[in-house]
Design a protein around this ligand. Structure first.
Ligand code: SAH
Ligand code: SF4
Ligand code: F3S
Length: 439
């Protein structure tokens, strides 16, 4: 048998890219590749890219430049660009960076083995189509060795919302939901391979409406069916849009014990004027009411969110409204970004806020969010939580895992095993994680 070729994948961006990278590794596994953790000895390097903010694409180009020496040392080395930059830039990547052999968009990963063959034969290959077929159905499933007890599972892809700042509807295409049976099958398969927690992924995951028994199923129904799988202990989902948070999904947070009490629900801004300009189609008030309903169903729900500051036209008052919303809601954790104009999106045509102003606002918002994050973590001290242990920690004898609330928790206890769910008492906070001891 020929010696296995080595594949190095570097993943940028969202969890969906993490999931896709695993699928690509499996697909190329069938072509004789094994993954390696270093670019230096690779026969194929794949960058799975993100296009969400400007710096993301620039990072990819500077990374590609660094492979020049590697390619000079190994003429058989093939370099590919996948993901959302690949989709957005297509052929342009080839022109700008002659080192690149292969460009593959997020909807054509199942064609990667054929593209690899062409590239090995000396061609340069580009595929950024949006084909009809479900790419995941055409990807072989390889072993999942050493991947731990948690997994992502894509159930929905693409977005029809067209927020004025966002490239996702262009890079990932229209909203598509995978059929229920395939998701259940994939979930059972993951559980059989040791997975105890599944995070359902979608750019707009709560808009899920996949073909099931007797018609389309929503996300809540899918979650309730997944919850019946024996051995699957925890279910999460991300990312959601406030307008798709339907009644049965809110209810599931209260009555489905396997659904974890953590929700990532981006609001972007607390100003109705800006929300309108963003084409978000909800208001600050409707968002707050939604949070109240969720908390009525699950009082200890830990909330996460996304914020953009410095969106074109954002005034001091608009920004104050965002701070006010954050104070009203109280986040356990959140992501915040300075607005970045994306070519081709409606907002890119509008005059931006001066960079110093945006930076100053971002700093103030992040200070508030960090304060809330620490407060939420500190509120856990003395409490008992259930932790699913995932891997050894930084210090000897340490194990780390996640609580129900997605807090990173570490214990030092020789009896703790990876994959175990154990009850622990939180004893303190060390910057971003919680220290605990077994109960
Ligand atoms: N589908 C999800 C997340 C999309 S991208 C949702 O609708 O919430 C993740 C986050 O990146 C967004 O929530 C937004 O906060 C941020 N983002 C997207 N486009 C951006 C841009 N042009 N500039 C700055 N931040 C952006
Ligand atoms: Fe982008 Fe808006 Fe769609 Fe989220 S809902 S992916 S922010 S367009
Ligand atoms: Fe980035 Fe594409 Fe995900 S732009 S955030 S990798 S959907």
């Amino acid at each position: 048998m020929a010696e296995a070729k080595k594949l190095f994948i570097k993943t940028y961006g969202c969890q969906m890219n993490v999931y896709d990278s695993e699928r690509m590794a499996e697909a190329l596994g069938a072509s004789g590749y094994v993954t390696t953790t270093s670019a230096d000895d690779a026969d194929m390097i794949l960058l799975n890219t993100c296009h969400i903010r400007e710096k993301a694409a620039e990072k990819v180009y500077s990374e590609l430049g660094r492979f020049k020496a590697l390619k000079a040392a190994n003429p058989d080395l093939k370099i590919g660009v996948a993901g959302c930059v690949a989709q957005a830039e297509g052929e342009e990547i080839m022109r700008r960076q002659p080192l690149v052999d292969l460009v593959v968009g997020p909807q054509t990963y199942h064609r990667l083995p054929a593209m690899e063959k062409a590239v090995r034969a000396g061609a340069r290959a580009v595929d950024t189509e949006f084909p009809e077929e479900d790419k995941f159905e055409h990807l072989p499933r390889g072993p999942r060795a050493g991947r731990g007890p948690t997994a992502f599972l894509t159930v929905q892809e693409g977005c029809d919302k067209f927020c004025a700042f966002c490239v996702v509807p262009y890079t990932r295409g229209a909203e598509v939901s995978r059929p229920v049976a395939r998701i259940l099958g994939e979930a059972r398969d993951l559980v059989a391979r040791g997975v105890r927690e599944i995070t359902l992924l979608g750019q707009n995951v709560n808009a899920y409406h996949g073909a099931g028994e007797n018609g389309d199923w929503g996300l809540a129904r899918l979650i309730r069916d997944l919850a019946k799988i024996e051995g699957l202990e925890r279910i999460r989902f991300t990312t959601s849009h406030p307008n798709d948070m339907e009644d049965d999904l809110i209810a599931a947070h209260g009555d489905e014990p396997k659904l974890m009490p953590y929700l990532h629900l981006p609001v972007q801004s607390g100003s109705d004027r800006i929300l309108k300009a963003m084409n978000r189609k909800h208001t600050a008030e409707s968002y707050v009411r939604l949070i109240e309903r969720l908390r009525a169903a699950r009082p200890d729900l830990l909330l996460s969110g996304d914020f953009i500051v410095g969106f074109p036209g954002e005034t001091d008052q608009d920004f104050e409204d965002t701070l006010a919303l954050v104070r009203k809601v109280g986040y356990g954790q959140a992501y915040s970004f300075k607005y970045s104009a994306r070519p081709g999106t409606p907002a890119a045509e509008r005059a931006g806020v001066p960079d110093e102003v945006a930076s100053e606002r971002l700093q103030r918002l992040q200070a508030l969010l960090t304060e809330q994050q620490y407060a939420a973590q500190d509120a856990m001290i003395g409490r008992e939580v259930l932790v699913l242990f995932e891997k050894p920690g930084r210090e000897t004898g340490q194990m780390v895992g996640k609580s129900e609330y997605l807090h990173a928790v570490h214990v030092t206890d020789p009896t703790v095993q990876i994959g175990q769910i154990a009850r622990v008492r939180v004893t303190g906070r060390t910057s971003n994680s919680l220290a605990a001891e077994l109960v």
